[in-house]
Design a protein around this ligand. Structure first.
Ligand SMILES: [Zn+2]
Ligand SMILES: [Zn+2]
Length: 351
């Protein structure tokens, strides 16, 4: 691999690699929210239908950023591509920063939309899902022990709101092992139920499965079906097994942060960081007899957490406790909700 291949050719907000099979991968930077940057990927090849992996949030500058990125691809690399000529959009997972802009591309041209069967219903019925989801989320916050008067502000700051995007028809679903032209789909559940990755030759586009600097967000499976830390662990093992097989992926291209070149190193680092966080949680629980709520634990684990990050902090702690319970390390003190008026579970180490 040459130095330029390793780094990709960079031109402002776009970076390009060419896979061994001749497909060209353009990574386009966009701003899904003011405090988060992300990447969508445009796959081009001679006679190959222009395909995009993810579509941005459709909020703020995200859509314009991607359109400008595609203009750069045309002007700077001489590709004959216009945004309305995109034929396929594959959604890594149904989080707003990855799929919220899909309807804008659909209005511009006529791309076919693909998602995993577990995430496709969210893309198609966002209004219904957010409404039902908000009930489940309020219930979740009660179980965490979030005080009654804080529940609404925390939910509002989390922003799972129907008006943030428009529903889009998913033309076809893609499951583990499926191929769309030369692109191979892999199911990596955990961060979302229908989270997928996509092989483009020796490259693997990984969405939010693994990031180069930070840990990906966890959600407890109890409230987020088919998510959960245990599934993330299994998905990471699956990724690791891929690297040991014949014809392994050489570069991971995530939906945020940097490309990952040292794949096994990064997997090990993630593993260590996750272990450290779980150990810290268990250590906090050694100091309690009567147990602690998820709200109390989240404050200790993420004590600087801004209201915008509260829901994420609670979900992270809840997902870890659920995993530790699955492994037999922790249990809920009051699992029968013994005390009248008590809705929050309190957790302690299993004796
Ligand atoms: Zn995500
Ligand atoms: Zn994301």
């Amino acid at each position: 691999m040459s130095a330029s291949q390793k780094q990709g050719d960079i031109y402002a907000n776009v970076q390009r690699w060419t896979a061994k099979n001749g497909l060209r991968i353009y990574r386009i930077r966009h701003q899904p929210y003011p405090y988060l940057s992300g990447y969508v990927y445009l796959i081009l090849g001679n006679g190959f239908p222009p395909t995009m992996f993810d579509a941005g949030s459709g909020e703020g500058t995200s859509f314009d950023d991607i359109i400008k990125g595609i203009e750069q691809v045309r002007k700077n690399w001489g590709e004959k591509i216009k945004p309305q000529q995109i034929e396929h959009i594959i959604i890594s997972h149904a989080h707003i920063d990855h799929f919220g802009g899909t309807h804008l591309f659909k209005e511009l041209g006529d791309p076919k939309i693909y998602a995993h069967p577990y995430d496709a219903p969210i893309v198609e019925s966002y209004r219904e899902r957010t409404t039902i989801g908000t009930f489940a989320h309020a219930n979740f916050l009660h179980t965490c022990g979030v005080p009654e008067d804080e529940i609404e502000p925390v939910l509002k700051a989390f922003g799972y709101l129907p008006e943030r995007t428009k529903p889009v028809h998913v033309d076809d679903v893609l499951e583990d092992g499926d191929k769309l032209n030369d692109l191979e789909i892999l199911h990596f559940p955990g961060h979302s139920a229908g989270h997928i990755g996509m092989r483009v030759g020796e490259f693997l586009l990984t969405g939010d499965l693994i990031l180069s600097k930070t840990l990906t967000q966890n959600w407890p499976a109890t409230f987020f079906p088919f998510c959960g830390f245990a599934r993330t662990v299994e998905s990471m093992k699956k990724l690791n097994r891929l690297t040991e097989k014949k014809d392994p992926p050489k570069i991971l291209l995530p939906g945020h942060e940097d490309p990952i070149y040292e794949i096994q190193n990064r997997i090990q680092m993630v593993h260590k960081s996750e272990d450290r966080r779980n150990t810290r949680l268990q250590r906090l629980l050694t100091e309690t007899e009567k147990g602690m709520t998820i709200n109390e634990l989240a404050k200790m684990m993420f004590w600087t957490a801004h209201i915008n990050r509260r829901f994420f902090a609670l979900a992270d702690v809840a997902a870890r406790l659920e995993y530790l319970m699955l492994c037999g390390f922790v249990s809920a003190v009051n699992y029968e909700i013994l005390f009248p008026g008590e809705t929050a579970l309190r957790w302690r180490l299993t004796k």
